[in-house]
Design a protein around this ligand. Structure first.
Ligand SMILES: [Zn+2]
Length: 405
């Protein structure tokens, strides 16, 4: 049963080899058994046996390599690739006012996506899972896909979430604290489902499709209503012992400072999250508070002094906090992904200047930095990538149990 078992940790050595071979094939696109053995530093016999199990489970297939040289003779080289059509996986991101569903095939190629409005930005956990089910049903109907074709669902939520066990300690989207989502998933969803912190999913998306491809150590910082982070170390997501590490947004930047949505004071998020900017820029406006970040940007451009100052201070605070990340992790690369209207170049520059000024000085270049606008689909694509990984683990384990029986 999935409930008590965490996913990675109970694979035996043989299953782990199968998983690593599968990941190797997925990353390569097409690869020969010999090259897998080289990449995994494993014997050809071990790889052949692992691939045999993956072929039987239908997760991969043999293909003839395309000839690069027309004069080549002899037998075509047999390569392996992920069996894309074998399974579909849904990646789902719960945002404040919407549920985004992206359905991909097993190669990660998008089949289609769907957006469902969400009645409230904070709901009881069970009502939220039922809304997710409705969004999944609607997505399948729109895409002309049978619900049976969906082999797994990965759900991204903001907050303190143990992605290994599906336990949510706290989320700004959920009314209760301390919810085990696994029984709710079992009750309302038609297939295996996995819960993950949403910033971790953006890190997955960067690793699969974006600036993190091929990198072993990188950080992804997401900035929207709140601030999140995903840490990839040695190619794996780093989660911490309780599964709630990487809470960059709740790093304290001010002793007994502004109240954060987590209930504590002085968190980074309470200075740079959307809600913090709206709060600070609306001081003195009484009944005429700003509704969104776009309003504040417009006001700043129109010469409103307070809006301009709030944006500039937030950019500097963020830059200093990012410098602390560089000082702590010394990553290869940092992706700063903002789900917000485009900032003026001056704000981005203020952030980067503060970052550079506060990074420990050594005679080596700073890590690469990508600043991008985060489109909502990136979260859902990351969720789908995560779902592919999780479903492949389940299939590999089911195969292992069959072998043992
Ligand atoms: Zn906080």
């Amino acid at each position: 049963m999935m409930k008590e078992r965490t996913l990675h940790h109970d694979l035996d050595a043989r299953e782990m080899t199968r998983l690593r071979a599968f990941q190797c094939i997925r990353e390569a696109g097409q690869i020969s058994r010999t090259d897998i053995a080289k990449a995994l530093n494993s014997s050809p016999a071990t790889v052949t046996s692992a691939c045999g199990a993956l072929l039987e489970a239908g997760l991969i297939r043999d293909v003839e390599a395309e000839r690069t040289d027309a004069t080549q003779r002899g037998r075509p080289r047999v390569m392996l690739e992920v069996n894309g059509e074998a399974l579909a996986v849904a990646g789902i991101k719960v945002a404040r006012h919407a549920i985004h569903v992206t359905v991909v095939d097993f190669k990660g190629v998008e089949i289609g996506s769907h957006l469902s409005p969400l009645a409230a930005s904070c709901m009881p956990a069970e009502a939220l899972v039922m809304a997710v089910r409705q969004a999944l049903d609607d997505a399948c109907e729109k895409l002309g896909l049978s619900l049976d074709a969906v082999a797994g669902v990965a759900l991204g939520l903001p907050g303190f979430i143990n992605g290994e066990t599906g336990f949510m300690h706290w989320s700004s989207s959920v009314r209760e604290r301390n919810v085990d989502f696994m029984p709710l998933f079992a009750r309302h969803l038609p297939c295996p489902a996995f819960l993950e912190n949403d910033a971790n999913l953006v890190a997955k998306a960067e690793q699969f499709f974006g600036a993190g491809r091929g990198l072993r150590n990188f950080l992804v910082v997401t900035i929207e209503h709140g601030v999140g982070m995903g840490i990839v170390q040695d190619g794996q997501l780093y989660r911490g012992e309780r599964g709630c590490g990487a809470e960059f947004g709740h790093m304290k930047v001010q002793f007994e400072g502004a109240v954060c949505q987590c209930g504590q004071r002085g968190c980074l998020e309470a200075y740079v999250g959307d809600y913090a900017l709206i709060r600070d820029a609306s001081v003195g406006r009484q009944g005429d508070a700003y509704k969104s970040l776009t309003d504040i940007l417009d006001a700043a451009r129109a010469g409103d002094r307070l809006s301009g100052e709030v944006l500039e201070r937030a950019s500097k605070v963020l830059g200093v906090a990012l410098a602390s990340l560089v000082n702590l992790f010394d990553p290869e690369h940092i992706v700063i992904a903002r789900l917000r209207p485009r900032f003026d170049e001056a704000h981005t520059q203020a952030m980067l200047d503060a970052l550079k000024r506060n990074t420990v000085q050594v005679d080596a270049p700073l890590p690469g930095i990508t600043v991008r606008n985060l489109d909502q689909k990136m979260w859902a694509r990351g969720a789908a990538a995560h779902g592919i990984e999780r479903v492949s683990i389940l299939k590999i384990r089911a195969r292992g149990d069959q072998d043992a029986a």
